[in-house]
Design a protein around this ligand. Structure first.
Ligand code: AMP
Ligand code: MG
Length: 407
């Protein structure tokens, strides 16, 4: 039986990033960069005002006294206009936020700090303003290159593009972006007991919930899903569905159930006969039985059937594998340390327990969300974290810290 780390490493060794494509910037949200991006220009692009006010020469204000300093207003600069004037001694130019500074000006005094009362866009430009304070060089000026220097690396390949990343690319005028293709993941369920969610219930049957949970997880981790449906508990039915996945040239096949030691668990057998089975048991709970290998060359991960086990198996093994297929530099979940508010038990396997974290006086306290049976999905719905109890540990007392993944 493999440890979780060994199993994860063997899975990650099976998958490489898929193709690349060039997309319009508007289509790049959540996509993964396949190239490093360096700034194509300085940002801001030019010296500009950070306030609505008056562009001035800071030197002029050395004499600003209680009596005030009078400046002649010689221009009105809107955002989007390039001023073609130079400010001389004793002069000011009305300027709007984001408008370029005229030459000669080296500071802005906000409207609120002048004697101008009426401030709306179509108010008459005053002939003079008076100010009562000394203004330092650069005040309320956003100098060119303050944020970003041309040539500076700004985004690394392998990054999943966040909204703010997309905004930065837009600022730089990068309208076409090289990203990794989305990996295509085939998904099947298996079991004679499974019905479609909209089928009338029959006695002894249950609904195929895993394909919904897993499809949502695949999408969440950046994969594109190909739903194969439900295989019956027969070798031929499992093979038929898997062959469909092969026809569709998917990057990974994901299944649930049929990997244990039940009399009708055919998934492993199919792998052994039509591909290769790398391993099928991991020292963890829930989710010990898992079938990993290849079906006709395509990487295959067979998760356990119990709904919570399938979920945990996905989080422990599949999310990172899809991340790697998708070209993500790192998709390992950050672990945080939390304090147990009750004693927890394990059977010595590496355990992933459903828990609710709540902050009390700056400490994250964790308590289990009810019965940890691997079929109880509500306890997972109610959880906001999975506590990770290391292998070899059977009891952790209340008050002790453990690691957790935020869900
Ligand atoms: P198995 O691995 O086939 O022995 O399945 C283990 C448990 O998971 C059984 O109780 C199954 O009924 C249940 N199960 C298997 N597949 C699904 C599914 N797609 N949705 C919900 N429960 C399932
Ligand atoms: Mg079954």
């Amino acid at each position: 039986m493999l440890t979780v780390v060994e199993a994860r490493n063997r899975i990650l060794a099976m998958v490489q990033p898929v193709s690349r494509e060039v997309l319009r910037l508007a289509d790049c949200s959540k996509r993964i960069l396949s190239v490093d991006i360096a700034a194509t220009s300085d940002l801001p692009l030019f010296d500009n005002s950070s306030m609505d006010g008056f562009a001035i020469r800071s030197d002029d204000t050395g004499a600003a006294t209680r009596a005030g300093l009078k400046l002649r207003v010689v221009a009105d600069i809107k955002a989007g206009e390039q001023p073609n004037l130079a400010l001389h001694e004793g002069e000011a130019a009305r300027i709007m936020t984001g408008a370029p500074l005229p030459s000669g000006a080296d500071a802005v005094i906000p409207i609120e700090d002048t004697d101008v009362q009426d401030w709306n866009t179509d108010s008459v430009l005053p002939e003079f303003i008076s100010i009562h304070k000394k203004v330092a060089v650069g005040e309320y000026v956003r100098p060119r290159g303050l944020d970003v220097r041309q040539g500076q690396p700004v985004l690394q390949k392998g990054t999943r593009l966040k909204p703010q990343d997309i905004g930065l690319l837009a600022m730089l005028g990068i309208s076409q972006v090289q990203v990794h293709g989305k990996p295509r993941i085939a998904l099947l369920s298996s079991g004679d007991e499974l019905l479609e969610v909209d089928a009338p219930l029959e006695s002894g049957k249950i609904r195929d919930s895993n394909s919904y949970t897993l499809a949502a997880l695949v999408e969440d981790s950046g994969g594109e899903i190909l739903r194969l449906g439900v295989a019956k508990d027969s070798k031929r039915s499992v093979e038929n569905l898997l062959d469909k996945a092969i026809e569709q040239k998917v990057d990974l096949i994901l299944s649930s159930a049929g990997v244990s030691v039940g009399a009708f668990d055919y998934v492993r057998e199919v792998l052994e006969s039509k591909g290769e089975l790398d391993f099928w048991r991991v020292n963890m709970r829930p989710g010990k039985p898992i079938a990993v290998g290849r079906y006709r060359q395509i990487p295959f991960i067979g998760l356990p059937g119990n709904p919570v086990s399938a979920f945990v198996g996905f989080e422990v093994f599949v999310r990172e594998a899809i991340g790697q297929l998708a070209g993500l530099a790192t998709s390992e979940r950050p672990r945080i340390r939390v304090k147990l508010s009750e004693e927890v038990h394990s059977d010595g396997r590496e355990s992933y327990l459903r828990a609710l974290l709540q902050e009390h006086d700056g400490v994250m306290l964790a308590k289990l969300t009810g019965h940890q049976g691997s079929g109880n999905l509500l306890s997972l719905v109610q959880a906001n974290a999975l506590l990770i109890i290391p292998a070899g540990v059977k009891c952790v007392p209340a008050g002790q810290e453990v690691e957790a993944w935020l869900l």
